[in-house]
Design a protein around this ligand. Structure first.
Ligand code: SF4
Length: 677
């Protein structure tokens, strides 16, 4: 029996559409959807192979319960009853805030809504968070302060028609390839590209201006661009006067950031900063595209605010063919944020501290809800080590490989009384669990994902869940055993979410059938919103917020003279749980490596592909050296996709004070020739 099921890619936040080919309940291939408005018949190499890991022999098929340090298979009924019993026991003994849940940006919107409802209504805690804490939560915090909404302002369809695209801290060719293809179309249409990145990424080859700033110096760079633009009278005076507030306060800080004054901080020639600033400001259709290179810093929120300032100074936001594009990492990290899988808000960013909002959810859910905001994922780790957090229920996240300073995360997980992991493979984090519940992949469930252009899109079941249940059904079963039955049918969960969420009121499975909908969708008649902040910003006036350069938490010294920065590759995805089980992807890059500049290699006597030791104050790894002028002298770059050689043993668990994201993008490191010791 053959069937072809239209669905949405489970990898990056671009949100490409494809058909899964199914033959006798086996996934046999992927066919791009020509009518999908995001991908228009194109896919990157990960999308083309998205079916391969789903029916891999390593898939978890039975619940596992740990006894005397060893996992034993259990029936669903036994495992679910045990989990519910332990959750209840811990809640009764220590109170609801001794429990926390981590939802998953890999799961559907409906499952994220269910999980945040589970935490709040069934467990009674706002301790709910997800991996946006390690990627784009500064976008939510920063753009929300500046514009009133923490999401992309414009749509992918506008990209090919831009005159100028400023790409900063983002590598669309590798991390968001189909968005990278849209950038390529813009270049073909004669757009000018400005690339600001510590690494000479592929778009830099086609850039009119390439700026290779040191990691962690973006605010100095952006403030200098603003300083030059305003000094030269290139700013959008009318836009600033009519649509914004706080310009004088911004100028008071920014006026001292001349391109000359930031040369030593950024390592960038003033003439290059001026050229980039002029090009961005004077092009008619200019936008900014950024990603984790901007957010994964102790100043991640300020970095985002700096970019919002730059866009408003030039009037390049709040209209078509302009804007700020945060390229979201995971397939549904936008949706997980939107669904309220955050410790301070319900779905649609409705604050838990707002009494009226809380009453609305209490009436709908028939329980009293906690008013104080919960713990962030970062603070859950601190509280676990301190001893006040006793239990963690994690869906679809491998914190031992994704979070900074692996030894610190290990200590946090080891401190818990009870750890439940819901996963499709036995990840490193799952090995630490007391109970492992086998989850379901994107191909085994119905629901929706929301991509980086705020578009809800359908996810459709192609095969039956391999372990027998979807993630939503598992959450439902545990909630039922806790005495709080919830609706678990995805279409009905979507309807419940829409009824409680003004931003998504007009979202329904029926309306998403064709090509999805971009939020806000205020009613059943509302057509969706390709461009936000037209006429006025969601917060009313756009707000200039002055931000100052602060160095990374760790800077190079004699002992650790390199700045280590990390990133993604085309052929792998996050911890590689799926891509390293995809033969065609693993073949391209089977092992971890470090990129260093030829000058550094020569100085240290390191040859191409020689195994070297990379060391930080937190740990060390031995990996092959890739000697390349893609990185500046003094900078080392590593991907983080390799579970056996985990880069995050090196990264720094220093955090942004506002949104608690870690500084993955800059820490002090040493690169050593191994046989010289
Ligand atoms: Fe999937 Fe992203 Fe590649 Fe599109 S660009 S096919 S969403 S991984």
């Amino acid at each position: 029996m053959m069937k072809r099921v239209l669905t949405t890619c489970p990898y990056c936040g671009v949100g490409c559409g494809f058909y899964l080919d199914v033959r006798n309940e086996r996934l046999v291939g992927v066919i791009p959807s020509k009518s999908n408005s995001v991908s228009k018949g194109y896919l990157c190499v990960k999308g083309w192979h998205a079916h391969e890991p789903i029916q891999h022999p390593d898939r978890l098929k039975k619940p596992l319960i740990k006894e005397n340090g060893k996992f034993k298979e259990a029936s669903w009924d036994t495992a679910l009853g045990y989990v519910a019993g332990r959750l209840k026991e811990i809640k009764d003994k220590y109170g609801p805030d001794a429990l926390a849940v981590c939802t998953s940006a890999r799961c559907t919107n409906e499952e994220n809504f269910l999980m945040m409802k589970f935490a709040r209504a069934a467990l009674g805690t706002n301790n709910v968070d997800h991996c946006a804490r390690t990627c784009h939560v500064p976008t939510v915090a920063g753009l929300n302060q500046s514009f009133g909404s923490g999401a992309s302002t414009n749509s992918y369809d506008e990209l090919p028609y831009m005159d100028c695209i400023l790409i900063i801290g983002s590598n669309p060719t590798e991390a968001h390839p189909i968005a990278g293809w849209r950038v390529r179309s813009a270049i073909d249409n004669a757009a000018k590209i400005i690339v600001c990145d510590p690494r000479k990424i592929l778009p830099a080859e086609n850039a009119s201006v390439y700026i290779q700033q040191y990691p962690g110096t973006d605010i100095a760079l952006i403030n200098a661009m603003i300083q030059f633009i305003v000094s030269e009278g290139l700013h959008a005076r009318e836009f600033i006067a009519k649509r914004t507030e706080g310009f004088d306060a911004l100028w008071e800080i920014v006026k001292d950031y001349t391109p000359e004054s930031v040369k030593d901080i950024t390592g960038v020639e003033p003439a290059l900063i001026k050229e980039a600033a002029k090009l961005y400001a004077t092009s008619k259709r200019s936008c900014i595209m950024y990603s984790l290179g901007m957010t994964e810093h102790t100043v991640g929120t300020d970095n985002v605010i700096a970019m919002a300032n730059l866009s408003m100074v030039c009037g390049h936001v709040g209209k078509e063919f302009s804007g700020v594009y945060p390229m979201r990492g995971q397939n549904n990290v936008q949706g997980a944020c939107d669904m309220g899988a955050l410790p301070n808000v319900y779905s649609g960013y409705q604050p838990v501290s707002d009494e009226q909002v809380r009453k609305k959810f209490e009436n709908a859910w028939g329980v009293t809800l906690p008013a104080a905001k919960g713990l962030t994922l970062t603070d859950m780790m601190f509280k676990a080590i301190e001893g006040s957090l006793k239990c963690f229920y994690i869906i679809g996240e491998d914190q031992l490989r994704t979070d900074p300073n692996t030894h610190w995360i290990e200590k946090a997980l080891d401190s818990l009384e009870f750890l439940v992991i819901q996963e499709i493979f036995l990840t490193e984090t799952a090995r630490k669990a007391d109970v492992v519940l086998p989850g379901a992949s994107f191909a085994e469930k119905d629901g929706t994902f929301t991509c980086a252009e705020r578009r809800f899109q359908r996810v459709r079941k192609a095969i039956e869940p391999i372990a027998g249940k979807t993630d939503g059904q598992i959450i439902y079963e545990i909630a039922k055993r806790l005495g709080y039955p919830m609706e678990s049918d995805p279409e009905k969960v979507c309807a419940e979410m829409a009824s409680l969420t003004p931003l998504f009121r007009g979202v329904s499975f029926e309306r998403l059938e064709e090509n999805g909908l971009q939020w806000p969708v205020y009613s059943n008649e509302h057509p969706g919103t390709p461009v936000v902040h037209l006429e006025k910003f969601i917060r009313g006036l756009g707000k200039f917020i002055p931000v100052k350069h602060k160095p990374p938490a760790e800077t190079p010294d004699n002992e650790y003279p390199f700045i280590l920065t990390t990133g993604r590759m085309l052929f792998h995805y996050n911890t590689g749980t799926m891509t390293r089980r995809t033969m065609n992807l693993l073949r391209e890059y089977p092992r971890n490596f470090v990129q260093i500049n030829p000058q550094d290699a020569q100085r240290l006597g390191i040859k191409k592909q020689e195994k070297v030791r990379v060391k930080t104050r937190r740990g060390e790894l031995e990996v092959a050296a890739e000697v390349t002028d893609k990185v500046k002298a003094g900078v080392a770059w590593m991907p983080f996709h390799f579970s056996d050689e985990p880069t995050n043993v090196l990264t720094n668990n220093a955090f942004d004070p506002v949104c608690r994201i870690a500084e993955y993008k800059a820490c002090a490191a040493r690169v050593e020739k191994i046989n010289s010791l």
